[in-house]
Design a protein around this ligand. Sequence first.
Ligand code: NAP
Length: 208
Amino acid sequence: MEDLSKWDKIGIMGGTFNPIHTGHLLLAQWAMEEAGLDGILFMPTGNSYMKDRGEMLPGSERLAMTTLAVADRDCFACSDLEVRRGGNTYTYETLETLHRMYPRSCLYFILGADCLFSIENWYCPEKIFQNCVLLAACRGGVPMETLEAKRRELEKRHGARILLMTFPNLEISSTDIRLRCREGRSIQYLVPDSVRNYISQNHYYENP
Ligand code: NAP
């Protein structure tokens, strides 16, 4: 992985990325502008133990697509940390590792605001709260007052640092993209062209 120590504020965009799509890239771009981040580190998961494994491509393949997706932006980078680590992916471990690698940088973990209601069930949530600022994207669904109340609760109970940012509700999902591939429909504009070509060349997601 390239040296990011020049970035004072590092955004971390974690995801299964099966496959990475335009919604993920726009969220990263938006987060960077909202929080004045120096760049975004995309982090494909190793084994997302909370996800259905049915159609999950191996980490190396999801990593390859994510690398292609961010290749043309200097302020976007991709990490193989979680894919290489193997086993179940725990965000707290990733944050602790990044914190050791970049002790002078502040880490911002980007996630959908809905996750604020489940993050206490993730592995070692205290260590997540300790090692990063959470940058939560509010996409309609839950009313802003409810999210504000949850933010205050997590701050009070765990000393969590949480920034809420509004983000348009884009109806793009990896599930829908996989379905389109299976049905032979186009995924143009939903994923970068480099990723679309890679998926097509490798016949990914064509068979259930
Ligand atoms: P994902 O489905 O690939 O999505 C990645 C991120 O992009 C999520 O925050 C997701 O928010 C957001 N996103 C997806 N579609 C979007 C759209 N159209 N517009 C805007 N944002 C969109 O990844 P995931 O499996 O949920 O995992 C997210 C991260 O949480 C990973 O780093 C994972 O390791 C971590 N996690 C950790 C634990 C743990 O440590 N125990 C448990 C669970 C997850 P939404 O989910 O709100 O769509």
